[in-house]
Write a protein that binds this ligand. Sequence first.
Ligand code: DP6
Length: 337
Amino acid sequence: MTVATAAAGTNIALVKYWGKRDETLNLPATGSLSLTLDRLGTRTRVAFDGGARGHDRVTLDGAPADAKVAQRVSAFLDRVRARAGISTRASVVTDNSVPTASGLASSASGFAALALAATRAAGLELSPTQLSELARLGSGSAARSIFGGFVEMERGARADGADAVAHALDAAGAPIWEVRLVVAITAAGAKAIGSTAAMQQTARTSPFYPAWVAGVDGDLTAARAAVAGRDLAALGAVAERSALRMHASALAAEPGILYWNPATVAAIARVRALREGPAPIAAFFTIDAGPHVKVLCAAADADRVAAALAGVPGVLRTLIAAPGPGARLVETTETAA
Ligand code: DP6
């Protein structure tokens, strides 16, 4: 029996993914563009060892996973089992480098690490592109965490999803663009409505949703060029407008979806003030399906940005993340079954 352990970093989208063209295969309505981080990741160990009492056994951050998480992991493992031609239940032990309940632990690093660990434990060796397609079935954003650094996810056109995969934007071995994402945590506890349900509700009911979809291709073109040209101001401008338009489309859903709290708004104001102050700092915000604010800046400015955000009323703590590698195998061991 093979026991495989994999690690993956989460990623933060600078051009957001918000809505699907196919809910069963998790095919995105648009492409997206992200940065994979060195922190806020997941480490997952998988063994097809029979699980417990005929079920997969899923341990999350040291405790049995709740029914919803366990079910999502099992459904994912079913796809891996089908591909490998096995039916054995598995044991999955997964640990996030941030508490799951903080609202920062993500399905992106979780399903990227699970895709790699589970396929290896099942005796499969998939290419990064194949892993990206598989991870997408667990969570759309997970397709991006297979790759490191700046990553673009393709919308794809095929009905089977084979072309709805991610790829790294920088060539292998290219010098890393030393940007940072400063995360300002503005609330404890899990978010009110998960991204899967929220994007569905937006797509079905928001009059602004078609406008959101129509704008993404232009944002992708601009973001791609900004990454290639290492143009922080251009990338930051795209990131802010993509986040604001995503949230605008969600706000206009029925019922409206509002992820922000007062500290979210205060942090946005602080970032704008940093840019416009007497000693301007190039800092640009983005916000996901939660109240936290993530701020893109140059590595040299990260400490100052973090200090400024830490002083915003309602910001509980800050952390600085750097570009990180794609999903990787940490260890495989062979044991007697
Ligand atoms: C706001 O990837 O969590 O973070 O595919 O339903 O699992 P599912 O959704 P998920 O959505 C991520 C939404 C986002 C933007 C992004 O990461 O692109």
